[in-house]
Design a protein around this ligand. Structure first.
Ligand SMILES: [Zn+2]
Length: 306
C-alpha cells in the first residue's frame, strides 16, 4: 500500500493544516480540468485524493497511524495470520492493555489476584496535538480530548457485560494542557496516569506530542523550520533581492545569488521560530498567466535557445 504522507509530500509529524494545504496544492496541480487527456496526471490526481481520504480528519489520520503502528509491531513478531482483517478494536485493546486486563469471565472475577502480574499497569498512550504557531510562541492552556480506557463503573472493574468482561471501557476524557511558552515542534508533554486505566493496577501515562502549524509555505524538518520563498525565473538566473516575511512577522531583504537553483537554501540567523535560525528554500514563482510583454520577452528568450 502506498504511503499517503509520501504521496502528499509531507512528513509524518506534519500538523493537520499543513497536510490540508499540501493536498489542495497537488489537487489543483493534477486536476483533470487542468490536464485534459493526460492519464499520468489523472493517476496522480487519484493517488493524491486517496491519500487525502486516509488523513483528511484527525480521527481518520489517528486510525491510519495506529494501524500502521500495529502492523509494524505485529510485523516484528512474525506477522499475523490474515493480517489485521478479522481483528476488532476490542481484541486490539486487550493486547495493548499492558498487564493483560481481565482474561476470564466473571466467575473468576472476585478472587484470582495472584494471576495478575505484580506490575499490572494500564498501557501508556501517545497522542499528537496540533497547535498554531502563535499559541506555541505565547504558551498557555489548550483543551485536549482523547479516548482512553477507564475502569468500568457498572461492575467496579470486576468484569460485566457492559465492559465485555475487561473491567475497563473506552471513554472520552477532556483535559487542559499547559503548553510552555516557546514550545518546540515535536516537544512531548507527559501527563502521568492519564493513559489507560487498568482493572486492578496503576493507570498508564499519557504523552502528548506537539505539532505546530507554521502556516502557509513553511514546514518543519525536525525542530528546524523551512520556509519556501518563491522567486521569478529571472531572479533565479540573474540574481537579485527578494523580500521575505519571517515567522516573527518581520520583513527582511535577502540577496539571491546568480544561477541559484530551485531547492537551494539559505540560513537566516535568528529569524525563525522563537528566535531560532530560519532556513529559506527557493522555489519558482510560476505565474498563472502572462502579460503581453512577458510573452514577448519569453519568445525572445526562446529565440536565444534558452
Ligand atoms: Zn463492567
Amino acid at each position: 500500500m502506498s504511503d499517503p504522507y509520501r504521496t502528499l509530500g509531507v512528513s509524518k509529524d506534519a500538523p493537520h493544516a499543513e497536510i490540508k494545504r499540501a493536498f489542495r496544492k497537488l489537487a489543483r496541480q493534477y486536476h483533470p480540468d487542468r490536464n485534459p487527456d493526460d492519464s499520468a496526471a489523472e493517476e496522480r490526481f487519484k493517488a493524491v485524493q486517496s491519500a487525502w481520504e486516509k488523513l483528511e480528519t484527525p480521527e481518520k489520520r489517528r486510525q491510519f497511524d495506529e494501524e500502521q503502528q500495529m502492523k509494524q509491531a505485529f510485523g516484528g513478531m512474525g506477522g499475523m495470520p490474515g493480517g489485521m482483517g478479522g481483528m476488532g478494536i476490542d481484541d486490539l485493546l486487550r493486547q495493548f492493555m499492558g498487564g493483560g486486563g481481565r482474561p476470564q469471565a466473571s466467575p473468576f472475577a472476585g478472587q484470582p489476584r495472584q494471576t495478575q502480574p505484580q506490575t499490572a499497569k494500564g498501557a501508556d498512550i501517545a497522542a499528537p496535538l496540533d497547535i498554531d504557531i502563535e499559541r506555541a510562541l505565547e504558551g498557555g492552556k489548550v483543551q485536549f480530548t482523547h479516548n482512553r480506557l477507564v475502569r468500568c463503573s457498572e461492575c467496579n472493574a470486576r468484569g460485566c457485560v457492559h465492559c465485555t468482561n475487561l473491567g475497563v471501557r473506552r471513554k472520552k476524557t477532556r483535559l487542559t494542557l499547559n503548553v510552555p511558552k516557546g514550545a518546540k515542534h515535536g516537544q512531548q508533554l507527559k501527563l502521568p496516569k492519564m493513559g489507560n486505566e487498568h482493572p486492578t493496577g496503576e493507570p498508564g501515562d499519557l504523552t502528548v506530542t506537539l505539532r505546530i502549524d507554521a502556516e502557509e509555505g513553511r514546514r518543519w524538518e525536525g525542530e528546524h523550520l523551512i520556509q519556501e520563498v518563491a522567486i521569478p525565473y529571472s531572479t533565479l538566473m540573474l540574481g537579485g533581492e527578494v523580500r521575505v516575511s519571517t515567522p516573527a512577522g518581520k520583513t527582511v531583504s535577502v540577496k539571491v545569488a546568480a544561477a541559484t537553483r530551485i531547492g537551494d537554501r539559505k540560513r537566516l540567523p535568528k529569524m525563525g521560530y522563537a528566535g531560532a535560525d530560519l532556513d529559506i528554500e527557493f522555489t519558482l514563482d510560476e505565474p498563472e498567466s502572462l502579460t503581453p510583454s512577458q510573452q514577448a520577452a519569453l519568445e525572445a528568450l526562446r529565440d536565444t535557445g534558452m
